[in-house]
Write a protein that binds this ligand. Structure first.
Ligand SMILES: Nc1ncnc2c1ncn2[C@@H]1O[C@H](COP(=O)(O)OP(=O)(O)O)[C@@H](O)[C@H]1O
Ligand SMILES: [Mg+2]
Length: 612
């Protein structure tokens, strides 16, 4: 619509070609500083065509132009360039540029120039167009107090590329690109910008390759398999079952037994606690009528569950069902004594309602200077990774829901195609569902999603379509490029043609978080802040390490521990030789040996099934 409320489409009179000297624009203040291109030949919707005399100015696809539309300065992007030769002429005389008009520069009450998306009037035939000046680009990317710099423009390295943090978070974002193009580093840049600009936003980052620990300095709370605490009773039924059966299909009869007894075990725990705090025995709770479901996240003792199943087994005549009970108990006992599952089953028979502390710690509800959690996943048993990711994603959403969005949180998922694959038959369905809920409803409760993937074609299209701000880096795979192109407007699709040829750190970014679709280069991270995998490298193994007796003993100890054995190694160790370390390794030894073991394990796990 025009200023007077009338449609601003060109009238038929305007459509008559008027040759207007470009110099007409010179009355418009700084127009001279813009390199002139040509005049508007035609307008259709938000698109305009400009005739450019060949050889006069250099402009190409992706360049920004400014158009003088009466008193307005419109900003557009060249989406296509073609030549139009006069018949008979060997060299074409005129180039035709197709332009998407995307925004305009307006003045505020103080007379200061501002850029805003969308236009209030359209260009008319004959209006002059020029290459956008550095000042124009600056205005476009200036942003406001809510914006943060994440890099520099491809068009002009001197101009910072800024994103609007709240716009980006509110409608979720995704970082896409082949391996090695700088996705993880880009994520580190973006998340640091979020932390700098939105101090009340908590960040939760799923770090599949243990590479982000160093990216946020002292601001990060690092959760790794050795300090993770996620009691089994926080898992809902599907998640718990996935752990019990290691991701393999469960046995129907055993499921029935579990689903019958878990609520009772929860009731027993409540009854026990109630009777402890009730000296006069006034409150009696019937465990079978406590009103818990298999999914209620309240504590119970694993021993209670096992006892219940055991009791049931004693009463049974049917041999087959007895067998199921027996197997189930064996499964539960095996998990409880497996040190790799310590993060779930430590204190399994002691109890204690630690849910509030766990939420506070994981989701930084009392940040204490550490508003971001980096959750390292390499080193967890591969069979439980899906369930663990599911639990944290579900809890992130549920906390937002039950707290009415009191603590805004950004949930960032690397290797997202693994947890929400396009193939509905692959992956762990509840994890996809948990991520989908954040994608679809999260913003209502202040839970925002950031997805990172090297295979956008393999990521659930519904989830990715909820991500409004996209950072597209180099993508080699045709199918991945197709997917991106199908999701965007023509103007952006033209920019995406650059995708296969982008360099490291280079990105085409577009969507809510940016003023205009922008080709930019992420800020360079200092070496000590680069994401770096802590996985073990071959050259890291040297004679010295091999000779560290303490190290090898640690390996054996863990090995036996994992197989359910005790700590026999220390007792059985032969007397140390002259150069050998003492039988009880010094704290330094223990630490480095332990760290090396984690590296080693991470490497082994990477080769395991489901690793990418
Ligand atoms: N923003 C950046 N600053 C400095 N170096 C970078 C940056 N982005 C990428 N690199 C270089 O490229 C390498 C690969 O980047 P990375 O973020 O790990 O890629 P991806 O996650 O896509 O596999 C890094 O190790 C680093 O050497
Ligand atoms: Mg990476």
């Amino acid at each position: 619509m025009g200023e007077d409320g009338a449609p601003a489409w060109p009238t038929s009179r305007q459509r008559v070609f008027r040759v207007i000297n470009i110099a007409q624009g010179s009355s418009q203040g700084d127009f001279h500083s813009a390199q002139s291109l040509g005049v508007i030949l035609g307008v259709r919707g938000g698109h305009a065509r400009v005739a450019i005399p060949v050889g006069e100015a250099r402009a190409t696809v992706g360049d920004f132009v400014r158009i003088y539309a009466g008193s307005r300065r419109l900003i557009g992007m060249i989406t296509e360039m073609e030549t139009q030769g006069a018949s008979g002429a060997a060299v074409p005389e005129t180039a035709i540029a197709s332009i998407d008009v995307m925004g305009e520069i307006v003045q505020d009450a103080q007379g200061r120039d501002h850029f805003r998306r969308g236009v209030s009037a359209h260009p008319a035939i004959g209006d002059a167009a020029g290459v956008a000046t550095r000042q124009d680009l600056r205005l476009i990317h200036e942003g406001d107090a809510d914006s943060a710099t994440i890099g520099a423009l491809h068009h002009d390295e001197a101009i910072p590329a800024r994103i609007s943090i709240s716009d980006m978070l509110n409608k979720h974002f995704a970082v896409l690109g082949s391996t090695g193009v700088g996705k993880s580093s880009g994520v580190a840049v973006i998340l640091n910008a979020v932390l700098d600009t939105a101090p009340n936003v908590r960040v939760f980052l799923l770090d599949g390759h243990n590479e982000f620990a160093r990216c946020f300095g002292a601001r990060a709370n690092i959760v790794h398999p050795r300090n993770l605490k996620l009691p089994f009773w926080l898992f809902n039924f599907e998640e718990f079952v996935d752990v019990v059966y290691g991701g393999r299909p469960a046995v129907e009869e055993e499921l029935e037994i579990l689903s019958e007894h878990i609520p009772v075990a929860k009731g027993m725990y409540l009854a026990q606690r109630a009777s402890q705090s009730d000296r006069f025995g006034l409150r009696k709770i019937d465990p079978r009528r406590a009103g818990f479901t298999v999914d209620t996240p309240v504590p119970y003792l694993l021993a209670d569950l096992v006892n219940l199943i055991d009791e049931r087994m004693g009463k049974l005549e049917n041999r087959a069902t007895r067998m199921h009970c027996h197997r189930l108990i064996a499964r539960l006992e095996a998990l409880r004594s497996d040190p790799r599952y310590g993060f779930m089953f430590e204190n399994a028979n002691v109890g204690g309602d630690t849910m509030a502390e766990i939420l506070t710690h994981l989701f930084r509800l009392e940040p204490n200077g550490q508003p971001i959690t980096v959750m390292q996943l390499a080193g967890l048993p591969t069979e439980v990774t899906d369930a663990v990711v599911c639990v944290v994603a579900r809890m992130a959403f549920d906390f937002g829901l039950w707290s009415d969005g009191a603590a805004p949180m950004l949930f960032v998922c690397e290797e997202a195609h693994r947890y929400a694959p396009a193939d509905r038959g692959a992956g762990f369905a509840p994890t996809r569902r948990a991520l989908m809920r954040i994608a679809k409803e999260g913003r209502k409760y202040g839970v925002y999603l950031g997805l990172v993937t090297q295979r956008p074609g393999e990521l659930d299209p519904t989830i990715i379509s909820q991500c409004n701000t996209l950072f597209a880096m180099r993508l080699a795979n045709e199918r991945d490029q197709e997917l991106l192109r199908s999701a965007v407007t023509d103007a952006v699709a033209n920019l995406l043609d650059f995708i296969p040829s982008l360099g490291t750190r280079e990105v085409v970014a577009f969507g809510e978080g940016l003023p205009l679709p922008t080709r930019l280069r992420f800020t360079e991270l200092p070496a000590e802040r680069l994401p770096r995998s802590e996985t073990f490298r071959l050259e890291g193994w040297d004679e010295e390490v091999g000779a560290e007796r303490g190290f090898v003993r640690q390996v054996v100890e863990r090995w036996r521990g994992a197989a359910g054995g005790g700590r026999l190694v220390e007792d059985a160790a032969p007397a140390p030789e002259s150069v050998a370390p003492p039988a009880k390794p010094t704290p330094v030894d223990v630490h480095s040996a332990s760290a090396r073991l984690d590296q080693l394990r991470a490497q082994i796990l990477k080769r395991g099934p489901g690793a990418s």
